[in-house]
Design a protein around this ligand. Structure first.
Ligand code: F6P
Length: 259
């Protein structure tokens, strides 16, 4: 840990963090050395760093909501066994069935809950549901319970992706992809697609935690790195839904070229 602090200092990352914080207009930025696109091990460091921050804000009875993705997965993996027993509840913010099981919010919630000695809830909902299906599903007692818990979350940990890549990964129909492109969507987070200014361009129908709900979540933590995601990270910060950003050096320097 001392060596890590030393490298952080040596690379001037403390200065970069405060510069980014001001330019992005958010509360806190944490930058880990390296670029996850160059070295997959960096994603683990990113995860550990986010987990360390999480430890400082977690309460014994926190409700933690999280999204899927390979980066948030490393946050759960990077969390040490913190408590053997607690009242902490971890809930998936998205259904996300259809993506690889390891990277689904459900799976990550169970991993993190175990590390925190808490419990978890599952949201068994596919990502590509239509509006009507979502409306009726939300009345199901199991799902209703998860959604009610979600709305009481005090911590949200979420990933950020590039709009084009996420649209492809989610197999969105061509007309929606064209729409996203035509409207200059750059980022995807929490099921929302944002443009450069942070305006919502499109919302996935299967959203259970809305942007409106986020106003009541005390800690909004985005975890995302890699040079190629710089623009997506900036857009999401501009949307006003990020308080704390945990990122890597690769993204950080690229972001500074944009903002
Ligand atoms: O699908 C869940 C999600 O968090 C998306 O909202 C986000 O765009 C993506 O995963 C990030 O994935 P990764 O961390 O694997 O790049």
């Amino acid at each position: 840990e001392n060596l890590k602090d030393f490298i952080h200092e040596l690379k001037g990352l403390n200065n970069i963090e405060s510069l980014l914080k001001d330019k992005l207009g958010i509360e806190k930025v944490i930058v880990v050395p390296g670029d996850i696109e160059q070295d997959p091990m960096i994603k683990k460091e990113l995860g550990k760093s986010a987990a360390n921050y999480l430890k400082t804000i977690i309460n014994y009875d926190s409700i933690i909501a999280l999204t899927g993705g390979s980066t948030v997965l490393e946050v759960a993996n990077g969390m040490p066994q913190l408590y053997s027993q607690s009242n902490i509840v971890v809930v998936p913010a998205r259904g996300g069935l259809g993506r690889e099981v390891e990277k689904q919010a459900n799976t990550i919630a169970s991993i993190l809950a175990k590390k925190l000695g808490g419990t978890y809830k599952m949201l068994h909902v596919p990502d590509n549901l239509g509006k009507e299906a979502v409306k009726s599903l939300i009345k199901e007692p199991d799902i209703k319970d998860v959604v009610e818990t979600l709305k009481k979350a005090d911590i949200l940990i979420f990933g950020i992706g590039r709009a084009d890549i996420m649209a492809e990964r989610r197999n969105l129909p061509q007309d929606i992809r064209d729409f996203l492109e035509g409207n200059n969507a750059t980022a995807e987070a929490l099921g929302y697609y944002f443009d450069r200014e942070g305006k919502v361009v499109y919302a996935t129908p299967s959203i259970f935690l809305t942007l409106e709900d986020l106003k009541f979540v005390k800690n909004l933590i985005a975890v995302s790195g890699g040079k190629g995601k710089a623009e997506a990270i900036v857009s999401t910060c501009r949307s006003g839904n990020v308080q704390v950003l945990v990122t890597d050096e690769g993204a950080a320097f690229e972001i500074l070229k944009i903002v």
